[in-house]
Design a protein around this ligand. Structure first.
Ligand SMILES: Nc1ncnc2c1ncn2[C@@H]1O[C@H](COP(=O)(O)OP(=O)(O)OP(=O)(O)O)[C@@H](O)[C@H]1O
Ligand SMILES: [Mg+2]
Length: 277
């Protein structure tokens, strides 16, 4: 299902100085990140507006995960400034980091689910650890599992799910605390193209509901079809930062072979989003 990137009235305007500046939620200013034997990021500068959908792409080792680690303050810049939701990494009291992370959801390539717990418990766990009361946990988990289309499979263990379903659980877990920011690091890396598109559609839906999403992938072909802002990294530096507009030909996804299965009819396992969501 093609996603209309301009349909949401909530989508922030990047054109025009005022709206973007007022809605900046993440900013990286002349950021360098060095490891003892490796420079991972060099003079990286960008801002992300509240509610934006940003794609980070570039080859393996380009620095995509490093940027996500800086945003979640799992890493700190060697030089420059990282500011997330008004919190400046350099002057951040480390005890406030858990508070910041509550406002950030994470999805990884390898799902990282608790294998010995059910779908329901995997999602509920994210609420338990931040002390949400029991009845509210039940409400929130029910809501988010319905959103990702997995309520019926809530009693299953991860090993009883397909890869795409496991990733949907991971998205539900990331979103159950209603974070302002969702960081998805190669979330489609282990999935076939059709299943990958389902996960991407799910991320678009959460973005339409106001979550700022940063999606990283080494697959430039996928992000070309999105019609969203794309930052391309090479060797730790930004080589382009473009907002692709709606003139992107979305039928291209049928031509490039990746999404040919879609032309055969509706996709299996279409994710259902209740209209009241
Ligand atoms: N903990 C670390 N110690 C030393 N070097 C590291 C560390 N983490 C990452 N690097 C290096 O930093 C560079 C950027 O790594 P990063 O993981 O950000 O790349 P990436 O774009 O996410 O790659 P991939 O697509 O393979 O996930 C790489 O050269 C990597 O080897
Ligand atoms: Mg990576």
């Amino acid at each position: 299902m093609p996603h209309n990137s301009t349909s949401s009235p909530d989508r922030p305007e990047r054109d025009g100085q005022g709206p973007l500046e007022e809605r900046v939620i993440i900013s990286l200013n002349h950021v360098n990140l060095s490891y003892p034997d490796q420079v991972a990021l060099k003079d990286v500068n960008f801002q992300v507006a509240n509610g934006e959908f940003l794609c980070l792409t570039g080859p393996s080792g380009a620095g995509k995960s490093s940027i996500l680690r800086l945003i979640s303050m799992d890493a700190f810049p060697t030089r420059g400034q990282v500011r997330v939701r008004g919190m400046l990494a350099s002057s951040m009291n480390r005890r406030r980091i858990p508070q910041l992370r509550r406002e950030i959801g994470f999805v990884f390539q390898d799902f990282r689910l608790l294998e010995d717990r059910s779908v329901y418990d995997n999602v509920a766990f994210a609420q338990l650890v931040i002390g949400v009361p029991g009845r509210q946990i039940a409400e929130n988990v029910t809501r988010v599992l319905n959103k990702v289309g997995l309520w019926e499979k809530r009693h299953r263990k991860p090993c009883q799910l397909s890869g795409g379903e496991q990733q949907r659980v991971a998205v539900a877990r990331a979103m159950v605390n209603s974070p302002k920011i969702l960081l998805a690091d190669e979330p489609t890396g282990n999935l076939d193209p059709v299943t990958a598109q389902e996960i991407i559609d799910l991320l678009f839906r959460f973005n339409d509901m106001g979550t700022c999403v940063i999606f990283s992938t080494h697959d430039h072909g996928i992000v070309k079809t999105f019609g969203r802002r794309v930052i391309v990294l090479e060797n730790g530096a930004i080589v382009s930062d473009k907002l692709r507009d709606d003139q992107v030909d979305r039928t291209a996804r049928l031509d490039d072979g990746m999404y040919r299965a879609e032309s055969a009819g509706p996709r299996p396992q279409q994710v259902e989003v209740p209209s009241h969501a």
